[in-house]
Each structure stands twice: as structure tokens, then as C-alpha cells.
Design a protein around this ligand. Structure first.
Ligand code: GLN
Length: 486
């Protein structure tokens, strides 16, 4: 049996029927990870408890849930009790989580095995995974290119077959963009549907946990368990559906919106050709394809980077050298910090990387007394307009489809010296987070350089189940089967 390519959806039954043992499955993925991770730097640590967990499953000591024996990789901003949770930051390099994130506990309760933690941009701030304190992860389709970010490690882990599924977080595109760069499926559910309890905070009004899988069905499987009411997250809501999977969405009479602002100049010709071709296929299936407009898209980048940085500056104030992680009381010239302010300065200037500092500065500035209304309040107002664009669009269509980013994976180092170029990369993903909507990225094929391209599907809030059914129908039309040759 080809253990590394088993569907996550088949594993629980195979394990239950003892046709595959959880231990042999774990060992197969473990070996793959040990052999290939040095090339791609996607995994930061293996979970030492995984082996015992697999043994317990094989002995019948674990309740046979819907994820029985399924190995799962966690982006290293999800807390797992007893394991280091670093957010790829020096400030948390030695932080051991004292508790487990709600959504991770849900996976464990359903029988999953947490196999490893994956690389990310520090505190999930980035679009290329190059901001990690532990070094960039590499794209398995071309080791000289970025895997995308910030959940690059998780996308690479699924694409390279270190696990059948992985968790990520999406604040402004961090699941969809790396999924598209690595040729896997990435789903960001409606804001509020997965509890943020135990997921390290970046920008609380945007952060949302989600999943990666080889197929839509596999990515949806853990997500179905993760979407679960949790009173510990004040923004967590009860969703109106009981199951994510199992719905069906007929393409006949389905109204699919194409946003003219998303088919922008600068979109690679391979991408626009592939999207044109999928539109033709949808029409042949009886879909009604309509042009829609999301007129405030051009403001998404400034609005997102103001809102996200403002919230980040507040969230990251907790890393003060007292309560968490790194504590640095010495000044560079070797004397102890003179006072509390200097102590904070020592810890934070050594603990945080460049990009995180940039955002703390930007966010603190936009929240400061003299500038709050001009920047933060204004950004919140325009955020509302971006959100209303979608409300308006969804009166004309059931789903919006379009590109995830304007091009396929870029070269390592290509944008590191130009933060604005890096930010602009998020133009097609951030509007969705600002509006709180569910969206996913689906492999669309390879471009002329042999790099994966992704198709974004966006749905109205709390239509995650319909979006997934629609994406499965699309997946069947696209039929992407390529895998990277690492
Ligand atoms: N690239 C965006 C940023 O740097 C989004 C990151 C994310 O979704 N976590 O903020």
C-alpha cells in the first residue's frame, strides 16, 4: 500500500479495520520527514509523543473518531501542551505551551496524531516564509523559490507528503497563498467558526485557523472537527451547518461571479489563460458566469496593513520578558538594564525580527493619540466598504472565483528588501479576511515554468459547506494530479 498517498478520509477506516497500523503509517511519514526535511525546512520539530499515541491507537485504547490514526502537522503558532510553540520567533524559542489549542484538542479527541510542528513567518507576518527565525522554508517544486507564507511549512508538509493534512492560520491569505504556490488545497473558513483559543494571536479580528490537504475532501475533514463552539473565544460563533462534508452542489444553474478587479493587469498570462479555461468548463456544465465588481479592492492593502499592524502592536505587547519567553536584562555593553523601560527594550529588540518590529512601529503609530482617527478609524471605515462590496456581489452570484495571487511562487530573496512589494502580493487574499468570509485555494494546474497555480473560491459568510461542495465539483473538472519531485 502507498501509505504516503493514502487519503486522510480513508485512514480512519483502514486503521479501525486493522488493515493499516497507526504505527506503520506514522513511521512512513516520519521517515519521509526525516529524509527530506533538510531540503525544504518545512518542519521545526517532531512530536515525541506521537509514537506512543500511535501504539495506543493500535492497542484500541483511543476512541475511534473520524480522524483515527490521521497524522496532522501543526503550524507552530498552535499550542500543544508540553511541546515548544515558537511562532518562529526568537522571543518564543524556548516557550513550552502549558495548554492545547481548542481546535487541536478537537483533532486529538477525534483520534488524530499530531506528528510535527511546521515553519512559518515569525508570528505569521509575511507572505513568503522568509521571516522565520529558523530560516526560510523552500518550495518543493523549485527549491530556489518561496513556498509562500505565512503557513509555508504546512503547505510544503502536505505537498511533500510529510502528512496527509496540516493546520494553518489565515490572517490575510496565509493559507490560500502558500496552498496555491505549493499545489495543495487550503481552506480558510468563515471568521469566528474555529476558536482562536490557543492559536498565537497576530491580528484578532482577522486571524482564522484552517487546513491544508491534497484534496478538498481531505482538507475539509479536520476542519469539520475544528469548527466547534468554544466559549473561551468571544468571537467564536455557532455555525448554521452540522457537517462540512456531504453536501453536494450542482453546477447547473450555479451563479459564479468573476470580479473584474481581480483579473488585474499584472496577472500572469498563464494564470489568466487557466482561469479563462475553467470559466469555459463551468459554462459547459450549465453554470451561469457573471461579471461582478468589488470596487474597493484597491484599498485592501493599506487597510489590511493598518488594521493588522494595529492589532499586532497590541497583541504583541504581552512579550515583555516577564511573562513569556526570552528575557534579556543586559545591555549590549554588558551592564544590567537601568530600569523597566530599558529591560523591555533589551528583550524586545533582541527577541523580535525586522518585520515584526516594523509592524509594531506601524501599529503603535496608527493607534497613537494624534493619528488614531486619520489612520486606524479611517481604515476601519474603508474596511466596512470592502465588506459591503462582497455583500453586494453575492446578490448577483453564489460564489466568486479568481486568482489567489497574481503570479506563481517567486524566487527566495526576490522581495525581501522591498516590504511594499511583499505586501502588494496579498491584494487578492486580504479583502476576504477584512470581510470575514470563507475562501479556499484549489490547484489549477502548472504554469509554463512547471510551478503550481491556484484558483480562489470565495463564498458568503457561513456558506463554508456549500463552498466545499462547489470546490469538489470544480476539483473534478480540473483534475490536477501532479506531485513535486523533491
Ligand atoms: N501576508 C500577510 C501578512 O503578512 C498575511 C499573513 C497571514 O495571513 N498570516 O500579514
Amino acid at each position: 500500500m502507498d501509505l504516503l498517498n493514502l487519503s486522510a478520509c480513508d485512514i480512519p477506516n483502514l486503521v479501525k479495520q486493522k488493515r493499516v497500523s497507526a504505527t506503520e503509517l506514522l513511521q512512513a511519514f516520519w521517515k519521509r520527514g526525516t529524509d527530506l526535511n533538510p531540503k525544504v525546512n518545512a518542519l521545526l520539530a517532531f512530536n515525541d509523543d506521537a509514537e506512543q499515541r500511535a501504539k495506543n491507537i493500535d492497542k484500541g485504547l483511543v476512541k475511534p473518531g473520524r480522524l483515527l490514526g490521521v497524522p496532522v502537522v501543526l503550524k507552530d503558532n498552535f499550542c500543544l501542551r508540553g511541546m515548544k510553540t515558537t511562532a518562529a520567533s526568537r522571543i518564543l524559542e524556548n516557550f513550552v505551551a502549558p495548554y492545547t489549542a481548542h481546535c487541536v484538542q478537537r483533532l486529538i479527541d477525534e483520534g488524530a496524531i499530531i506528528i510535527a510542528k511546521s515553519n512559518l513567518d515569525e508570528f505569521a507576518m509575511g507572505s513568503s516564509n522568509e521571516n522565520s527565525y529558523f530560516g526560510a522554508s523552500k518550495n518543493p517544486w523549485d527549491l530556489e523559490r518561496v513556498p509562500g507564507g505565512s503557513s509555508g511549512g504546512s503547505a510544503v508538509a502536505v505537498s511533500t507528503r510529510f502528512a496527509p493534512v496540516a493546520l494553518g492560520s489565515d490572517t490575510g491569505g496565509s493559507i490560500r497563498q502558500p496552498a496555491s504556490f505549493c499545489g495543495v488545497v487550503g481552506i480558510k473558513p468563515t471568521y469566528g467558526s474555529v476558536s482562536r483559543y490557543g492559536m498565537i494571536a497576530f491580528a484578532s479580528s482577522l486571524d482564522q485557523a484552517g487546513t491544508f490537504g491534497k484534496t478538498v475532501r481531505e482538507a475539509a475533514l479536520p476542519l469539520g472537527a475544528m469548527i466547534h463552539r468554544d466559549p473561551r473565544d468571544g468571537t467564536n460563533v455557532d455555525v448554521p451547518y452540522s457537517e462540512l462534508l456531504g453536501g453536494s452542489q450542482s453546477l447547473k444553474k450555479c451563479r459564479v461571479g468573476i470580479a473584474k478587479e481581480y483579473m488585474v493587469a499584472g496577472l500572469s498570462s498563464d494564470l489568466s489563460r487557466s482561469i479563462e479555461s475553467i470559466i469555459k468548463k463551468l459554462e459547459a456544465e450549465g453554470c451561469e458566469v457573471v461579471e461582478i465588481s468589488l470596487p474597493h479592492t484597491t484599498f485592501a492593502i493599506p487597510v489590511y496593513y493598518l488594521v493588522a499592524a494595529s492589532e499586532a502592536s497590541s497583541n504583541l505587547s504581552r512579550y515583555d520578558g516577564v511573562r513569556y519567553g526570552l528575557r534579556d536584562i543586559e545591555t549590549p555593553d554588558g551592564r544590567p538594564a537601568a530600569d523597566l523601560a530599558e529591560f523591555y527594550k533589551m528583550t524586545r529588540s533582541r527577541g523580535f525580527g525586522e518585520e515584526v518590529k516594523r509592524r509594531i512601529l506601524l501599529g503603535t503609530f496608527s493607534l497613537s493619540a494624534g493619528h488614531y482617527d486619520a489612520f486606524y478609524t479611517k481604515a476601519c471605515q474603508v474596511r466596512r466598504l470592502i465588506s459591503q462590496d462582497f455583500t453586494q456581489a453575492f446578490t448577483h452570484c453564489d460564489f466568486v472565483i479568481g486568482p489567489v495571487s497574481t503570479d506563481s511562487a517567486f524566487k527566495l530573496g526576490e522581495k525581501t528588501s522591498d516590504p511594499i512589494a511583499m505586501y502588494n502580493n496579498d491584494i487578492l487574499t486580504t479583502p476576504v479576511n477584512l470581510a470575514g468570509l470563507p475562501a479556499l485555494s484549489l490547484p489549477l494546474g502548472l504554469d509554463s515554468q512547471g510551478l503550481p497555480m491556484g484558483l480562489q473560491v470565495i463564498a458568503p459568510a457561513f456558506a463554508d459547506d456549500r463552498m466545499i461542495a462547489f470546490a469538489e465539483a470544480l476539483e473534478a473538472l480540473i483534475d490536477f494530479t501532479e506531485v513535486p519531485n523533491v
